[in-house]
Design a protein around this ligand. Structure first.
Ligand code: HSE
Length: 290
């Protein structure tokens, strides 16, 4: 039996739309066992079909390396909410790839794993941190994907999860198709400063540079709690962003006490929001044999 532990993720990280993401220490456990026929268990009935994303990623990986897939029993044990911007789809994709790799001895390289994951997901900012951990920036360069991983250091995230979903597909429709040159300059300069602030652990600077022009101003309207949570983040002076395409919002700090205090404040004012303080995870998905 193969077990894959795959982390949740927070993509975009404000200024890194479609190219920056981090891994969070909230893991799903997905097991793979050879079986007489393909079978999915552990999730709601409507997902226990051949269309299941873990199964699809398993089959696509076999296709990618031109290996005949073997029938498999996949069991999914996950409490990461769906369509909330915490990388639940990427976890499934990464688990399917690593499950196929381990169960069928495919010996995929890291580049191949990322390549097949991006082919399925369409962009790397969730799948890359789910595979490799830490904060990862990816860039499409010529015919390959460049990636650089920054350590998790001591950063933590308070994730504030509304009880409503935001569809990534719908949240991409509200984005502008062009930007002004002044906006591009702002975005690039803030993205460069973001990496410096992260690496040098400068929380004040990190807060200042979380100023996005590509997606956050347009998606804020899709999240009813955006303004109130943003105001709390500003009041406590912590970096803030919409996690992925939402609806979750992430408040970032190295100060656990501060994040716990903010969590108490949010929970006392709005019982509809689920809050969790999570470590940024330095390691990506883990494969356990036996
Ligand atoms: N970069 C993606 C987006 C992440 O914001 O649409 C969600 O898959």
């Amino acid at each position: 039996m193969i077990t894959v532990l795959a982390p949740a993720t927070s993509a975009n990280c404000s200024i890194g739309f479609d190219c920056l993401g981090l891994a969070l220490d909230w893991k799903s456990k997905i097991t793979f066992e050879l079986a007489d026929e393909n079978l999915i268990t552990g999730c709601p009935d409507e997902y226990c079909t051949q269309d299941n994303l873990v199964m699809q990623a398993y089959l696509t990986t076999c296709q990618y390396v031109k290996v005949e897939p073997k029938n498999v029993h996949i069991d999914i044990d996950s409490d990461i909410p769906f369509a909330r911007g915490l990388g639940s789809s990427s976890q499934c994709i990464v688990a399917g790839i690593l499950g196929a790799d381990a169960l069928l001895n495919l010996n995929l390289s890291d580049e191949q794993k990322l390549d097949v994951a991006c082919q399925i997901e369409g962009h790397p900012d969730n799948v890359a941190p789910a595979l490799f951990g830490g904060l990862i920036v990816c860039a499409n360069h010529a015919d390959r994907l460049l990636k650089v991983k920054f350590p998790a250091s001591n950063w933590k995230a308070l994730v504030v999860i509304p009880n409503y979903e935001v569809s990534t597909q719908e949240a991409r429709k509200v984005l502008p198709t062009t930007l002004k040159r002044s906006e591009v300059i702002q975005q690039v300069s803030h993205a460069m400063l973001f990496e410096h602030a992260w690496l040098c652990q400068q929380e004040d600077l990190l807060k200042e540079v979380c100023l996005d022009y590509i997606h956050e101003p347009y998606r804020a309207n899709l999240i009813a709690d955006y303004q109130s949570i943003r105001a709390i983040a500003d009041q406590y002076g912590v970096p803030f962003w919409i996690s992925g395409s939402g609806s979750t919002m992430a408040l970032i700090s190295q100060d656990l006490t501060k994040l716990n205090t903010i969590q108490t404040v949010i929970e006392s004012t709005n019982s509809q929001l689920e809050c969790r303080v999570l470590n940024v995870c330095d390691t990506g998905a883990e494969v356990i044999y036996g």
